[in-house]
Write a protein that binds this ligand. Sequence first.
Ligand SMILES: Cc1ncc(C[n+]2csc(CCOP(=O)(O)OP(=O)(O)O)c2C)c(N)n1
Ligand SMILES: [Mg+2]
Length: 284
Amino acid sequence: MYAVRILEDRLQELCLQGFGADLHFSKGQEAVPVGVMAALRETDYVVTHHRSIAHALVKGVPLGPLVAEILGKASGINGGMAGEMALHYPQKRFMSSFQLVGTCVPVAAGIAWALRHVQRTDDVVVVFFGDAATANGQWHEGVNLATTKRAPLLLVCENNRLAGNVRPEHYQPEGGLRQRSYGYGIPSASVNGNNVGEVTSAARSAIDMVRNGSYPYFLECVTTRLGRHKQGQGDLRTKEEIEMLTQYDPLKDAGISDDRKQEIAAFVEATVVGVLAQPDASYN
Ligand SMILES: Cc1ncc(C[n+]2csc(CCOP(=O)(O)OP(=O)(O)O)c2C)c(N)n1
Ligand SMILES: [Mg+2]
């Protein structure tokens, strides 16, 4: 979680200096990807949405080539042509991130179906998406497909109760997100997404069910976005509201020693400096 935080803080500085693009960070939400992926086998797969950097790093995409991709360098994992919202690194079974909200779900459902019913493995797919994605038609088609085709798919909702600067009363019916899973008859749970231990233990039970039953499961992780939606957009929340939310920061009581923090920060910094010196992607 600390590596994600440090990396994203550094990338944010670069964005503000004009190096990075309009990136979406996971500040405050780190316990969701870290907690869920701690419960995966290395051979399991991940598909994710636009807020992708944490997910890629935690799934094992190597730091240097990941940063290079995000900064548009030729040495990036996708030649510097994809960027944060079309990242692809199948070597680590990080299949893709998706720009269009909700579209990660049908693709993830298809991969999960093929793994179980064509390749006949017992690997599972985890797909991460935001709370607003559950209002998108692609989300519903994907969940319907996964359910009717018995695909081993863990649906992880990072419920930060925001879509950009829009509050959920404008895109969600009252009654809670889990109700959406009831319509498909799939099992579900809701956890404190800022508590990494709670996320991991819920993910373990969920993944057991997904793997053994070859059926989808909906895991809602209630979390808090502490930064802007993306770097080019202001935040309409007041400073007081954001300050209040920092009490839920998953890193607050994570117990990481100062030595370990320094070690991680030095590694991230050396990697970023090395990447900055590399040539930009080019069509030539
Ligand atoms: C189909 C589609 N509509 C609109 C957008 C613009 N957009 C980008 S992110 C976003 C908010 C998504 O909110 P949520 O799914 O809750 O994820 P969060 O950003 O909160 O992590 C929107 C509307 C988009 N990328 N795709
Ligand atoms: Mg959201």
